[in-house]
Design a protein around this ligand. Sequence first.
Ligand SMILES: *Cc1c(COP(=O)(O)O)cnc(C)c1O
Length: 455
Amino acid sequence: MGTEKRTTQEWQKLDSAHYLHPFTDFKGLAKKGSRIIEKANGIYLWDADGNKILDGMAGLWCVNMGYGRQELVDAATAQLEQLPYYNSFFQTSHPPAIRLSTLLAEVSPEHINQVFFTGSGSESNDTVIRMIRRYWQLKGQAGRQTIISRVNAYHGSTIGGATLGGMKGMHDQLGLTIPGVVHIDQPYWFGYQGDLDIDAFGLEVAQGLENKILELGAENVAAFIGEPVQGAGGVIIPPKTYWPEIQRICDKYGILLVADEVITGFGRLGEWFGSQYFGIKPDLIPFAKGVTSGYLPLGGVLVGDRVADVLNSDGGEFTHGFTYSGHPACCAVAIKNIELLRDEGVIEQVKNVTAPHFAKRMAELADHPLVGEVRTIGLMGAIELVKNKETKELFTPKGDVGFICRNACFANGLVMRSVGDTMITAPPLVITVEQIDELVALARKCLDVTAEQVL
Ligand SMILES: *Cc1c(COP(=O)(O)O)cnc(C)c1O
């Protein structure tokens, strides 16, 4: 199957006839046809016509170690031969899940020593909801049901994950959401219109959490959840004052802090976890994506001692879990992936070499006539496209120009994603300094092509 040869058009025809893609306007896609990606190596993809494309999104924020790592293939193969599947229900366990949970306890922050496995980021956030509610029930404070999240957050696409998320387009289609989730503002500096400076702005947005807690009554609030850096929302990098203030407010009212590290976990910000970058101490850390570099699906929730101590106390069964919780082959790949990240010094390289270079080179794009702001953190970057550079006037309707730019990128050998009129990039963590230069040069070319069409 993997080597079956068809033309791009033949693939497209079968694709639109049978395959319903995620987050897709099916009719629109059938008209345009999919881009067919056939193979990959390092940071590059090849389409069915043989075009080479620099993957500036690491797949979907997940291929941290890059494509084509034989060690990961071998780890999966060996485990599939040894024990392709067994569950961890009913008093059973197996070495890959035990070894991975031990390794995760080693690389995660000091106060985290236990993990619950899932198959994806969405399942991880559903698990977070279940676990938070169980925690407060066991504490005898079952009234603490409400979870405070943020506008424009992305926490996955199951009904739980989508309810937690703050994406308007998703909420518009959800119908009845799960009760007990409310949203406060996001720390989006570029979108802010007032006269505070950036640090005061960070504090003000964080204060929104305290205001919401007081409005609801602290005795009704279970937890706050946020991505250390909002990813799908457009790489929203909070002011440095933001997270410490959020931590302070959670501590003050005794509410649980959840850091959704599905993107920022496993090295994206030059630390094992984004919460370490921001100096916060989450009680729960949902993860997925980079834990296996996307080679096989795996997610989970890292559980801090405060919650673990309660879950491990008298109270009987926690009635939650998945058939594929701790899947042996996925765990084997995760173990090897974490070992590669650690033993090859990939995360230190991001922190000390490639992230600083990425920041410097990306910042040069700020002189482009189409660009209103460039921001980066670790190996995440965003470019805000504007109609008028001086006044920062935005395009209307929002999103059309981002779309044109995204197409221009694909046509010129680069994957960047558009969120409205924000172009975002998050390349594999193994990208070299020279390859960052190539990425930035391609990005500038794509901005030029876009500017010719829209300015
Ligand atoms: C991708 C993502 C998810 C959802 O993960 P899936 O594996 O697609 O279910 C949740 N949270 C964040 C922050 C994500 O980026």
